[in-house]
Design a protein around this ligand. Structure first.
Ligand SMILES: [Zn+2]
Length: 437
């Protein structure tokens, strides 16, 4: 099936027929157990041993299920590389073959207003790059997800979601790009500073509106209305100084079998949401442990801290972007028919530099996120007092994450602590709290 991704056109039809088959693969033999019991070694006792309890939990994962999720997660390492190489090839082709200059010329012929020219260019750019990247997108987002039993959508609705993403990109991305190029032309000496400021403001705006205007385009989000679930969660929230009245539920099962929860939004739109897969398959203890983790993100201000980190990254990126553009345009600008940094035809070069920056930055970004996630883990176990629920959640999440990576592997690729580490943390907490009951 991997070969499908290398061929567009005719092979695309073959891929769709493969997809139908992929959905019928029987994965029942390699599924994680839905109910995870507390193993004897993890039961309270005088001789409670953290390592033995951790290993006993890990032993509840069937070998076939572990092999499957290891393969899925390790395949993801390679996808980071393929995505990177594919993006570099596409942006380079747009520059080298003069397609970018051609799209700019077309936009200039259609209107004399620079702002509209930028928008028209952006639409062409987005459609062309999406089409060129489509085979890899389909393999990665559709076939591969079905192959590992993580996807629930048929091809039509999946493609529908992709088109919605494209539409949102056209509108919001178009606004940002047109604003940045307007700044680039007005302030040629300091655009990298003002560009960073506008990008930061735009990011905050997006994070704020996303839970209310963007997520509902893809999923149904409702107020959770089951007192059995909400009463313990809201009680935990109030005990931790969170003035919450509602818990939100998202029908993530529309796309995926993954269990998950998150904190999203900014200011008044900030909220904790849990997905229906977690609600359906998680034990009450597990749901409380996961919600404790999400409350940790909230109380420890991880959204604000994450954005502060992002702001520093954006400022650094814009500075490097300026240096990279000056360097490249001095050498190849004429060959690519780009008239300067304010010329919209430079956009593939901007994306090329951003792609290289993002690729090299992956381990640092992951480590920053993973550090926050570890803080939320510890907060969540303390708040919920459900170490076994937390261990159960770690096992369920390992349906799409490798459980026991090496230290270097974890540092580079993990944006959450590994499942083994999470269970170990929970069992350590349990050992230290056994005598306080
Ligand atoms: Zn988290």
């Amino acid at each position: 099936m991997k070969k499908c991704s290398r061929w567009a056109g005719l092979a695309f039809v073959l891929c769709v027929s493969f997809a139908a088959r992929a959905q019928k693969v029987d994965l029942s033999q390699s599924q994680m157990p839905s109910v995870i019991t507390v193993p004897p070694q993890a039961q309270p006792s005088d001789h409670f041993d953290v390592e033995a309890a951790t290993n006993a939990y890990l032993a509840e994962i069937p070998a076939s299920a572990r092999a499957r999720s290891d393969a899925y997660f390790e395949g993801g390492y390679w996808l980071i590389l393929w995505d990177f190489l594919m993006a570099v090839a596409i942006y380079w082709a747009l520059l080298h073959f003069g397609w970018s200059a051609w799209m700019r010329d077309l936009a200039v012929r259609l209107t004399r207003f620079a702002f509209l020219q930028d928008l028209i260019y952006w639409f062409q750019f987005l459609i062309l790059t999406s089409l060129l990247g489509l085979p890899l997108t389909i393999y990665e987002g559709y076939f591969r997800e079905h192959q590992y039993g993580l996807a629930t959508q048929t091809f039509g609705p999946w493609m529908g979601d992709q088109l919605k993403v494209l539409l949102v990109n056209m509108i919001l991305g178009g606004l940002l790009v047109a604003m940045l190029f307007w700044i680039g032309r007005k302030l040629p000496g300091s655009w990298h500073v003002w560009g960073a400021v506008v990008t930061i403001a735009f990011t905050m705006f997006f994070v704020m509106i996303a839970p209310v205007f963007i997520f509902p385009l893809f999923n149904k989000i409702t107020r959770l209305d089951d007192p059995k679930v909400t009463i313990p969660i809201l009680s935990m929230a109030h005990a931790n100084g969170i003035p919450a009245h509602d818990v939100f539920e998202i029908d993530a099962s529309r796309q995926s079998t993954r269990m998950s929860a998150n904190v999203s939004g900014l200011g008044k739109t900030m909220r904790i949401t849990l997905n229906d897969n977690l609600l359906r398959r998680g034990s009450p203890e597990e749901i409380q442990a996961v919600m404790g983790h999400e409350m940790g993100h909230y109380v420890l201000h991880h959204i604000y801290k994450g954005m502060l980190f992002l702001f520093i990254v954006i400022v650094a990126f814009f500075y490097l972007l300026r240096v990279g553009l000056e360097f490249s345009l001095a050498r190849w600008g004429e060959a690519w028919r780009i008239h300067g940094m304010g010329d919209i035809a430079v956009l593939p070069l901007v994306f090329l530099i951003a792609t290289i920056f993002g690729f090299l930055f992956t381990p640092i970004q992951n480590t920053d996120t993973r550090t926050s996630e570890h803080e939320a883990d510890m907060y969540g176990i303390n708040a919920s007092r459900q170490p076994d629920g937390f261990a159960q959640a770690a096992i369920h999440l390992s349906e799409y994450r490798k459980m026991s990576p090496g230290p270097v592997e974890e540092w580079i690729f993990y944006d959450h602590p590994s499942g083994r580490r999470r269970i170990h943390d929970a069992m350590q907490w349990k050992a230290e709290n056994l005598n306080q009951k």
